[in-house]
Every structure is written in structure tokens, then in C-alpha cells.
Design a protein around this ligand. Structure first.
Ligand code: NAD
Ligand code: UFG
Length: 349
């Protein structure tokens, strides 16, 4: 019996594959590689010394997906596959709705057909939109400002409806706060296409000399130093949250949402200062206008995940900065680098 990981080659998926393999699970990955490279899967196998099957399949390809369910005995699914760039979702809403929502519908139909009713879904703190207060707990109202966020809200609602129609489903909706960092080996990490949108990949690109300076979006927020505050979470802690959520869905039915965050907020200037301290690299920056749609402060109340999943984030922002830089320094061109061949097809069936 295996766990199917959709979007397993991506940033969070690849880190989760490692934790699942280390915990003794058999995994099968599926990805269309629209925002990732198969090299990440080869590296997961190299890090863990364990082999696993993977398929290059698009969730929208019903026949291709069905073959995965026919070929394998799947007992649960962790569903990462989706498009995630907020700005792109505003420019191409139909593409986002089709990929994320239709992809999830086809996946759930296939799960129903093959009687696989255990699902862990990647949601996001974006479902809380502009919260009235912080810390944010799971019972805060859901509203969002962009099509990407709406795909997450709609999918959460679809999954709630699915459970109402058939109470034998076990579903966890994991609302991630701001994942950063990388596996401590520096062998896998975040590899965004083009100019990074998010803070940490932008900082590492400045540290490596690829970009001259960081623009800090907004210095007049009602926060301690005027810059935006977020709940940054180490991607390995986040990956471990999936192992706990998987245990929960395997042993119970129901649909539950969980915040995966540290419960602590850090400002942009605090992240820059910590990165400089840990790495010895200087990050030149200038202040720019606020980025449209950004909130001043967003951090979680993660107590429900602690109480019900037995999960807490263990790593702090020093480890997050250290590991993000370790990955960037060892892989200046991400998975496109020439050292990729060192990992090619190792341990794969
Ligand atoms: P990612 O882009 O690195 O990984 C997503 C993977 O899904 C990619 O490998 C991509 O190729 C694949 N994919 C996309 N559409 C597909 C399709 N139709 N069929 C098959 N594969 C497909 O992103 P990530 O950062 O690892 O995020 C994983 C999930 O977590 C996403 O659903 C994202 O929305 C959610 N999330 C991410 C963050 C974040 O800051 N990284 C925050 C909150 C939620
Ligand atoms: N920031 C800068 N300069 C940059 C990039 C970001 O100052 O070049 C600031 C932002 O203004 C914000 C903070 O750094 O204050 C974090 O920004 P990110 O883009 O890294 O993260 P966001 O909180 O905006 O969004 C992320 C994901 C979303 C997800 C959300 C909640 O990108 O997809 O977390 O989970 F919805």
C-alpha cells in the first residue's frame, strides 16, 4: 500500500517525500513538472537511499491519472499539485481555476472510484485574506483577494461537501503560513522560475550576487518597524506536519482544517538582519511602495495542530536562513545546475 503524492517534485512536496520515506512509508509521486524538475525526485532518492516510483502525469489527464490508480495500491493521497503565483492568477484566472479546481475534482473522482478516501490537502493562510486580528485561528472567516486564494477556498468547500455526502472520508486541510528554508543537506530546496516573488528566494538571489538589492515593500505598516510581519516556517517542519496529518486521516474520518505555522511573526527587516547575521552576507535594500494585496501582519495560532496532530514547528528563523543559503550556495542555478548528473536516476526503479 502506498501514499500518492501529487506535485511531489515541487518545493514542499519534495521535502515531504523525504520525511515520509524516513518514516517508512511507501510513496508514489505524480507531477506534470510545470513548475519543477524531475531532478528533485532523483535527489530525494539520493538523500534517503530509498527508491520510489514516479509518474509524469497531469491531473487534468484523466486516463493518465487512472493508470496510476490501476497500477498501484494507493491508500491515501497528499495533494500538493497546483499553481501558486498570486500575480499570475490575477492575469490568468481561468488557467488557475481549471488547473487547481478541475485537477482536484478529477483527483477526487478517481479516489472515489478506487475507494481511496484519505486525503491531505495543501491549503494556505491566504484563505484568511485580511484578518481583523492576529494570531489567526482556524475559525476565522475565509475571504481572499485573488483567484489563487479563491481556488484554495473553493477546494476547501468542495472537500467539506464531499465529506457531508460520504462520511467515510478522512480529510485534512493544511493551511500553510510562509514556508522558507531547505533540507539541511542543501541538496534540495526552492527553485523558482524567473524573478522570485517571495521574500527568501529574493534575499538569497541578492546574497549570491544575481540581483543588486532587495526592495522592501512598505515601511509604514502599523508594525514595530513599519515592515510586513509574517509567520515563517521551516519547510522541513512543514513536511513533518504532513506526516502527522497523514497519521490522522489514516486513523479517523472527518474533515479538519489546521494552521501550520510557528505562531511567531517576524518583520522583513528582522529576516534581513537574521540572514546577514547567520550567513555573513550583506543584503542591500531600499524601501519601496507597499505591494498591492499585502497585509500588515499575518501569523498563526498553531495550537489546534499541536493538540490534535501532536505537531509543533521546531526550527527558528536562524535555521531557516542558514538552510535557505546553504541550498542556494551549493546550487547557484537550482536544479538547472550541471551537478544534476551526480544524482541522475540513482535509486530509482
Ligand atoms: P511548487 O510549484 O513547487 O509545487 C507544486 C507542484 O505541482 C509542481 O511540481 C508542479 O509542477 C505541480 N503541478 C501543478 N499543476 C499540476 C497538475 N495539473 N498536474 C500535476 N502536477 C501539477 O509549489 P509548492 O511551494 O511546493 O506548493 C505546494 C502546494 O502548497 C501548492 O498547492 C501551493 O498552492 C500550496 N502552498 C504553497 C505555499 C508557498 O508559499 N510555497 C503557501 C501556501 C500554500
Ligand atoms: N517582501 C518584500 N520584498 C520582496 C518580497 C516580499 O518586502 O521582494 C515582503 C512582503 O511585502 C511581505 C513579506 O516580504 O511583507 C513576505 O512576502 P512573500 O511574498 O514571501 O509572502 P506572502 O506572505 O506575501 O505570501 C505567501 C505566499 C502566498 C500565500 C501566503 C500565505 O506567496 O502564496 O504566503 O500563505 F498565500
Amino acid at each position: 500500500m502506498a501514499i500518492l503524492i501529487t506535485g511531489g517534485a515541487g518545493y514542499i512536496g519534495s521535502h515531504t517525500c523525504i520525511e515520509l520515506l524516513n518514516a517508512g512509508y511507501e510513496i508514489i509521486c505524480l507531477d506534470n513538472f510545470s513548475n519543477s524538475k524531475s531532478a528533485s525526485l532523483n535527489r530525494v532518492a539520493a538523500i534517503t537511499g530509498k527508491s520510489f516510483k514516479w509518474y509524469e502525469v497531469d491531473l487534468l489527464d484523466r486516463q493518465g491519472l487512472e493508470k496510476v490508480f490501476i497500477d498501484n495500491e494507493i491508500e491515501a493521497v497528499i495533494h500538493f499539485a497546483g499553481l501558486k503565483a498570486v500575480g499570475e492568477s490575477v492575469a490568468s484566472p481561468l488557467h488557475y481555476y481549471h488547473n487547481n479546481i478541475t485537477g482536484t475534482l478529477i483527483l477526487c473522482e478517481m479516489m472515489e472510484k478506487y475507494d481511496v478516501k484519505k486525503l491531505v490537502f495543501s491549503s494556505s493562510a491566504t484563505v484568511y485574506g485580511m484578518p481583523d486580528s492576529v494570531p489567526i485561528s482556524e475559525d476565522f472567516p475565509m475571504h481572499t483577494t485573488n483567484p489563487y486564494g479563491r481556488t484554495k477556498i473553493m477546494i476547501e468547500e468542495i472537500l467539506q461537501d464531499l465529506y457531508v455526502s460520504d462520511i467515510s472520508w478522512g480529510i485534512c486541510l493544511l493551511r500553510y503560513f510562509n514556508p522558507i528554508g531547505a533540507h539541511e543537506s542543501g541538496i534540495i530546496g526552492e527553485d523558482p522560475n524567473g524573478t522570485p516573488n517571495n521574500l527568501m528566494p529574493y534575499i538569497t538571489s541578492v546574497a549570491s550576487g544575481k540581483r543588486k538589492e532587495l526592495q522592501v515593500y512598505g515601511c509604514d505598516y502599523p508594525t514595530a518597524d513599519g515592515t510586513g510581519v509574517r509567520d515563517y516556517i521551516h519547510v522541513v517542519d512543514l513536511a513533518n506536519g504532513h506526516v502527522k496529518a497523514l497519521e490522522k486521516v489514516m486513523s479517523s474520518t472527518g474533515v479538519d482544517a489546521y494552521n501550520l505555522g510557528t505562531g511567531k511573526g517576524n518583520s522583513v527587516l528582522e529576516i534581513i538582519a537574521t540572514f546577514e547575521e547567520v550567513t555573513g552576507k550583506r543584503i542591500p535594500y531600499t524601501f519601496a511602495a507597499r505591494r498591492p494585496g499585502d497585509v500588515a501582519e499575518c501569523y498563526s495560532d498553531p495550537s489546534k495542530a499541536k493538540e490534535e496532530l501532536g505537531w509543533v514547528a521546531k526550527r527558528g528563523i536562524k535555521e531557516m536562513c542558514r538552510d535557505a543559503w546553504n541550498w542556494q550556495e551549493k546550487n547557484p542555478d537550482g536544479y538547472k545546475g550541471k551537478d544534476n548528473n551526480n544524482f541522475k536516476n540513482r535509486h530509482l526503479p
